[in-house]
Design a protein around this ligand. Structure first.
Ligand SMILES: Nc1ncnc2c1ncn2[C@@H]1O[C@H](COP(=O)(O)OP(=O)(O)OP(=O)(O)O)[C@@H](O)[C@H]1O
Length: 364
């Protein structure tokens, strides 16, 4: 792969294989037997709550932290014992760490010099400046750049080395909301144009879903689930994933029966709903967590639903109305509804009707 032929077909991107990786800091196991592959040219997002081990895993791929067990391979060749500077991995951190006393062009060229890579006529630097649309900033000092421009220079400085794998650690967290939304589209298009295998760490689930081909959800150092954003959203394997990827509403129910890989959930109102269930089926009477996407819930002003609720507050949000509801079967629930004249008002009671897809049952 070269930057000059970045858009040419037939370039070969790197296949990354993470196998049974364990990374410990003393007594803390930051990464606990994690295995997954990143396909050539794929963008993989690592997501999960603070402290779940995302950055540690990224650092182990870069060689900044040694692993205690397992192996990491690029195209079938183990790299976990290879020195960081020989792995040919590009890493961009959330603080871009540009050299303040070097102009943009020198910031980008510096890495080439450090790696002993000749750049006759400055062609490689010129190509990457063009790729990142920052040619006009070549002679500018870092402190004259906006956050988004600094981000581009940091990426240029990494990509000019033509790494096999691009690792991004919260790359957009220093930017304001609007710029983040723009940059995540741009970053995805850039990675796809260059065709580089990319792993991005973020705790912004929207960012992960918008940028990645697949998302790996981590929790307590372990991989909880990995899949395309739509798979995680539509078929979460645990309550944690259901709640972490996309917004979800929680309700309580009990198991009124279990058969054929499904359970019948009985709500406090007495209404029942049959739902698919993964894993060992619960006993009759066992407590269930019912998680439902907003779009799987209909608000009925009258008639019979599964859950009785009272409207606490209502907000007009433009394309939808957000109802904040108190229910007999769960925490206060926020539901996005299509604006309609017959939506219940604050203080009024209503019925919630749940319908799959978008409703999941888990053991409580
Ligand atoms: N250098 C270190 N020394 C000791 N413990 C560490 C070190 N770096 C990370 N940890 C611990 O390892 C665990 C995983 O940390 P890590 O930074 O990988 O998580 P993370 O998911 O990236 O979190 P965040 O989103 O907050 O950055 C945490 O318990 C953290 O306190």
């Amino acid at each position: 792969m070269t930057l000059a032929n970045a858009t040419e077909p037939g370039r070969v991107a790197t296949h990354v294989d993470i196998s049974d990786v364990v990374l410990r800091y003393g007594d803390i196991t930051a990464v606990d037997r994690v295995s997954f592959e990143v396909r050539p040219g794929e963008i993989m997002a690592l997501v999960g709550p603070s402290g779940c081990g995302k950055t540690s895993l990224l650092k182990s791929i870069a060689g900044l932290e040694p692993i205690d067990f397992g192996h990491i391979s690029f195209d079938g060749n183990r790299i976990d014992a290879v020195a960081p500077h020989r792995r040919n991995v590009g890493m961009v951190f959330q603080n871009y760490a540009l050299f303040p006393h070097k102009r943009v062009r020198e910031n980008i060229a510096f890495g080439l010099r450090m790696h002993g890579i000749a750049d006759p006529g400055g062609k490689r630097v010129a190509d990457v400046l063009k790729l990142l649309h920052i040619g006009h900033l070549a002679e500018v000092w870092p402190d004259q750049l906006s956050g988004g421009q600094q981000q581009r220079v940091a990426l240029a400085r990494t990509l000019v080395l033509e790494p096999k794998v691009l690792l991004l650690d919260e790359p957009l967290s220093a930017l304001d909301r609007q710029l983040r939304d723009d940059m995540r589209t741009e970053l995805r298009m850039l990675a796809k144009t260059v065709g580089i295998t990319t792993i991005i760490v973020t705790h912004d689930q929207d960012e992960a879903m918008a940028m990645a081909d697949r998302v790996a959800v981590m929790r307590h150092g372990k991989l909880e689930q990995i899949g395309r954003p739509e798979d995680l959203y539509n078929a979460p394997e645990t309550a944690f994933v259901a709640g972490f990827v996309g917004r979800i509403n929680h309700f309580r129910a009990v198991c009124a029966g279990a058969e054929d890989e499904g359970v019948t959930a009985r709500f406090p109102s007495g209404a029942e709903l049959h739902l698919p269930f993964k894993g060992t089926l619960p006993a009759k009477g066992a407590a269930l967590d019912i998680l439902a996407r907003s779009e799987a819930i209909s608000v009925l002003a009258e008639g019979k639903g599964h859950i009785t609720a009272t409207v606490r507050d209502s907000h007009f949000m433009g394309s939808f109305v957000e109802l904040l509801l108190d229910t007999e079967a769960g925490d206060p629930t926020r539901i996005a509804c299509r604006p309609a004249d017959d939506l219940p008002e604050p203080g009024q009671s209503c019925q919630l009707h749940l319908a799959s897809p978008g409703v999941f049952a888990f053991a409580a």
